[in-house]
Design a protein. Structure first.
Length: 247
């Protein structure tokens, strides 16, 4: 396991512990915890791979959309379809198309109602998934994790996750600059790499000077010198081989 994988596994251990505590468990063996973390890792990886595959199949890019994520959630069992594929096929065959409402009485009103009903059916599994996330059981997980707002002396105080609290504990000033450029902070800004001990301070300056020398024809002398050196090495090797054959 690489260092990055070990770090990600360590970060995933705390959410698994909070889930266990919310379910009523107060202790567990390290081997059991490692097994649950490994299962969560495998499921998240499966979900990410499924999302990427749907993105490549739908629009041939590696940037997923909401539709790609929804298809991946359905494929991985997180979203349960309301109807089977056969039921959806029969429903589509027997219901009116949207253009049929043009010739009906009160067609605009009926078309609007049918459109809203279809949209409600299409998003029903997503709504049920959101309701499950916001249920009391998952609320208990958020409470144990400390991310729910709490009533303090100055009013309602927003909760903090364990990682934010840990970072503040190890950084007395509370500044994010200490973690900048790491996995726990903001990305670091690009800075030019200075070259010490030479006539050029940056790689960009060296590239410009080299391009100017090549444009003036000075690079041909360098190439010729390299060719002469290679020719001399080849001649020396041939002479050495002839001496070995004679001996």
């Amino acid at each position: 396991m690489s260092a990055a994988q070990q770090l990600h596994s360590s970060l995933l251990r705390m959410p698994i512990i909070y889930i266990l505590r919310a379910a009523g468990f107060h202790s567990t063996r390290p081997s059991v915890l490692d097994t649950l973390v490994n299962i969560a890792e495998r499921y998240l990886l499966l979900l990410a791979e499924s999302t990427l595959n749907h993105a490549l199949d739908n629009h041939n890019t590696n940037i997923p959309t909401v539709t790609d994520v929804r298809l991946a959630l359905t494929e991985c069992g997180a979203l349960i379809p309301i109807m089977s594929a056969a039921e959806e096929d029969w429903t589509e065959k027997f219901r009116h198309s949207m253009s049929d409402y043009d010739d009906m009485k009160f067609g605009d009103t009926r078309r609007t109602g049918e459109s809203n009903r279809r949209a409600d059916e299409d998003a029903r599994d997503v709504r049920e998934f959101i309701q499950w996330i916001m249920s009391d059981q998952n609320k208990e997980i958020r409470r144990i994790a400390g991310v729910l707002p709490e009533v303090g002396p100055g009013g309602i105080v927003a909760g903090e996750d364990y990682l934010t609290a840990l970072k503040k504990k190890h950084s007395k000033t509370g500044e994010e600059s200490r973690y900048q450029g790491t996995l726990l902070g903001k990305p670091a800004e690009d800075r030019p790499v200075k070259i010490e001990g030479g006539p050029f301070e940056t790689l960009h300056e060296w590239q410009l000077k080299t391009s100017e020398r090549i444009a003036r024809g000075e690079g041909n002398h360098v190439t010729a010198a390299k060719n002469n050196l290679a020719h001399e090495e080849e001649v020396s090797e041939q002479q050495h081989q002839i001496a070995m054959d004679v001996s």
